[in-house]
Design a protein around this ligand. Structure first.
Ligand SMILES: Cc1cc2nc3c(=O)[nH]c(=O)nc-3n(C[C@H](O)[C@H](O)[C@H](O)COP(=O)(O)OP(=O)(O)OC[C@H]3O[C@@H](n4cnc5c(N)ncnc54)[C@H](O)[C@@H]3O)c2cc1C
Length: 363
């Protein structure tokens, strides 16, 4: 019997498998499609909650740990897989922030640099932004990750590890109590392990329903689009930094592409992109960066965030079921939270001193 069975190959499942394998354990990861192709692919890759001061401290604590971890993680993945997840630490400009006092107080408490800057600074940093902004909040330490490549790199890493068995295109149909253990029924037959970890993203609640359990994790649809932009004559990108205004954000990639996100919709498990969201995202993008009106929209897509109460993920044992664990419900912040959230569960699984107090994340 394998030591660990992981259900779901998003960033959460893959980072968990990697850490357990690194600690010398045998791990099987079962994924219904290809690893890293659901929310972990669809997201924007901002390595911070959008307005971090509006979140509970339990999210800030995970986020802070992960933010410190990402630069090294990206370097290690590039060195070990040849795939560059493109971690870029270029900072974030917040436009039109209404609750600046709360933001400043949060930054002071967290020891984060955050300052109000004037129009000269703003347009010097981002000359192509729409005119008329008089000031902004500037967070110089913010990073972003090219999450589809992060997924590819994690998958390549797992494929290279002899302790890891990746079973892609295998769907888990239900969980079943078998004596004192849990059995995982897949389309290709039953699987079990000493410990089973559910990392099924937005589908984790559905998986637990098959055991008669009700975990409040539900899908929240998010649509995004990407523009292909030319480099300017001086070799600068049209946009260098993440910019956020009225809940909508622009994220530049190293090759000049610019993403706009995102919608927040309750649409059950429907991932169909809509014309209405296209029009709304397009309008927001051009309002922030007018030159995008001359650029091609390369792609428009939707993904399902694993929503949870207050966006606080469930990380830890499933109560009253021996050997069953969950790591799900990271909502809008699963990419940034993934390193800390997975490490926190691995610490509990391996009985190591935890990086943080695990209590706020227990079911
Ligand atoms: C539009 C959008 C923008 C976002 N932007 C950001 C951002 O900028 N920063 C940030 O930190 N976060 C962002 N997020 C959130 C982030 O993407 C998610 O929180 C994170 O990817 C969740 O990771 P996960 O591994 O839990 O889920 P997923 O990546 O969804 O992985 C779950 C996996 O489980 C598999 N699975 C489910 N059920 C079964 C089954 N029965 N059998 C087998 N396999 C199964 C699925 O196929 C899937 O691959 C965004 C999300 C969206 C949609």
């Amino acid at each position: 019997m394998n030591d660990f069975l992981i259900v779901g190959g998003g960033v959460i499942g893959m980072m968990t498998a990697w850490q357990l394998a690194d600690a010398g354990h045998k791990v099987t990861l079962v994924e219904r499609g290809q690893c890293g192709r659901e929310a972990s692919w669809a997201g924007g890759g901002i390595v911070s909650p959008l307005y971090p001061w509006r979140h509970p401290e339990s999210i800030s604590r995970l986020s802070r740990w992960s933010e410190g971890y990402y630069p090294g993680l990206a370097k290690r993945l590039l060195a070990e897989t040849g795939i560059d997840p493109e971690y870029r630490q270029k900072g974030l400009l917040y436009l039109r922030v209404e609750d600046e006092a709360e933001a400043t107080e949060w930054a002071r408490r967290m020891g984060k640099p955050l300052e109000r800057v004037g129009a000269n600074f703003l347009y010097d940093k981002e000359p192509h932004l729409a005119p008329g902004f008089e000031d902004a909040l500037w967070m110089p330490t913010l990073g972003s990750i090219r999450n589809p490549r992060l997924g590819q790199a994690l998958r390549a890493k797992l494929q290279s590890l002899p302790q890891v068995t990746l079973r892609e295109h295998v769907s888990v149909e239900r969980l079943r109590r078998q004596g004192g253990d849990i059995q995982v029924d897949t389309a290709e037959g039953p699987l079990t392990a000493a410990r089973i970890i559910l990392c099924g993203g937005a589908w984790t609640g559905e998986l637990l329903k098959t055991l008669g359990l009700d975990l409040p994790v539900h899908p929240v649809k998010g649509q995004m689009m990407v523009f292909k932009t030319p480099l300017s004559s001086d070799g600068r990108l049209l946009l260098e930094r993440v910019v956020l205004a009225d809940g909508r954000y622009l994220i530049p990639r190293a090759d000049g592409r610019v993403l706009i996100g995102s919608t927040l919709e309750q649409a059950d498990f429907d991932k169909t992109p809509t014309d209405q969201a296209y029009a709304s995202l397009y309008e927001s993008a051009v309002a922030m960066l007018p030159a995008l009106a001359q650029c091609e929209v390369e792609h428009h897509w939707a993904g399902l965030r694993p929503g949870s109460p207050q966006g606080i993920p469930f990380i830890g044992p499933v109560p009253s079921i021996r050997g069953l664990f969950v790591n799900a419900g990271h909502y809008r912040n699963g990419l940034v939270l993934a390193p800390a959230a997975t490490r926190l569960l691995v610490d509990q699984l391996l009985r190591q001193a935890p990086i943080l107090d695990p209590a706020p994340y227990h079911w």
